[in-house]
Design a protein around this ligand. Sequence first.
Ligand code: AMP
Length: 195
Amino acid sequence: MRLLLLAPPGAGKGTQGERLADRLAVRHVSAGERLRAEARAGTPVGREIAAYLDRGDLVPDAIVFDVLSPVVVAAVGDGGYILDGFPRTLPQATAAAALGARLGLTLDAAVHLYAPEAVLVRRLLARAGQGGRSDDTSAVIRHRLQLFTTTTSPLIDYYRDRGILLAVDADRPPEAVTTEILARLSDRSPIRGTT
Ligand code: AMP
């Protein structure tokens, strides 16, 4: 199974990515985790990435591709993957589609997790209270939500137009969300889309 998770911050992308990867026995490729690991490593590019992460800005597409391409290529070699947070911009989606044409990177579904903004903010602030991430402060959370609306949400139509969008209400307990995604994927199979 080859999935993309498309969701605003706080919708549970990371949680669902782990759960789905576990249930489907495929790799979980988290763009945010990879970028945070690079930032922690403190390399020159890592320091550049850290500045974007702390501000809640999107990391430039060229850097994202440098960091993620090897991970995505390895996941493609394994046959199945959950792409969590990549692609996140239209240029990334078209570049991933071009890479896909060469490497066999295809998507069975793009899962759009949605929830009311008040729920997203509440979850992210709760995570901040547990000593979470440097980008879980109130101002940065607002900025990340806004960037999702302006820059990432056009991907919802992009994948709907390709016939592979699966929209799922994420304002429910994690197990209910996972169960619905798996049920709807098995209803749809063997539909095969492309990036
Ligand atoms: P996430 O863990 O998905 O919430 O991502 C955390 C942060 O990583 C985002 O706020 C961005 O700064 C950066 N990021 C993650 N994925 C991407 C991407 N595909 N393109 C650009 N920046 C990204």
